[in-house]
Design a protein around this ligand. Sequence first.
Ligand SMILES: Nc1ncnc2c1ncn2[C@@H]1O[C@H](COP(=O)(O)OP(=O)(O)OP(=O)(O)O)[C@@H](O)[C@H]1O
Ligand SMILES: O=P(O)(O)OC[C@H]1O[C@H](OP(=O)(O)OP(=O)(O)O)[C@H](O)[C@@H]1O
Length: 202
Amino acid sequence: MITIALAKGRVYKAFNEFLADKDLAGYADGLQEGGRDLFRVVGDVKFIFAKGKDVPTYVEQGVADLGVVGSDTITEKTYNVLNVSELPFGQCRLAIAGPTALDESDIKVVATSFPNLTRQYFNQNKQDVDIVFLNGSVELAPILGLSDAIVDIVQTGTTLKENDLREYKTILPVQARLIANKQSFYIKEEGIYQFMQEIGVV
Ligand SMILES: Nc1ncnc2c1ncn2[C@@H]1O[C@H](COP(=O)(O)OP(=O)(O)OP(=O)(O)O)[C@@H](O)[C@H]1O
Ligand SMILES: O=P(O)(O)OC[C@H]1O[C@H](OP(=O)(O)OP(=O)(O)O)[C@H](O)[C@@H]1O
């Protein structure tokens, strides 16, 4: 049996839709939303439902053999895991955004849940900015005057539009990824390969 850590929330939802579209009824039915289960066994696979930011930790520590997580999570922090493959769902982007009238070159303070990627971007562009860390609802920051701009996930752009903010630039395209524990990838090669074949990523 292999163990897969799934990021709850949007990634889990998108994974379910992907399984249903691929007609993988066994997995799709087994992973139907509902209840407060912490894990479920579907066939030869044990799925653990974890907070997205914790998925790489479960995989790195070997508690899970595989993980399904947004690429933003594993790019923001470094983990000792194998980046096995991109998954064709969860597409969005990490972008700089702010008030429509502001010029990107005038940004001095940026609010974000992605301090490392934000620091990296502004350092590369030799723009000296202060970073304010927020856990969510980041769009509030420029509206309340906590920051000039934000670096946040944009998908449809609706949140920005509804709050009179505009996207200045994409700094990172994002999508779901399959990651693996380095040892499991060799020790459980057969089970992992079978799962990857079943979901059509090899
Ligand atoms: N519109 C979107 N907004 C935020 N994340 C999105 C969006 N679309 C896809 N994603 C992906 O979903 C992941 C976050 O999912 P979600 O917002 O459900 O989790 P969360 O538990 O609220 O997040 P967190 O990791 O901040 O605790 C991101 O890592 C990203 O890869
Ligand atoms: O471009 P859109 O399709 O509007 O999606 C982007 C929004 O969705 C996410 O927020 P979420 O709903 O996860 O809440 P949060 O801000 O509290 O994380 C993200 O942080 C943006 O606010």
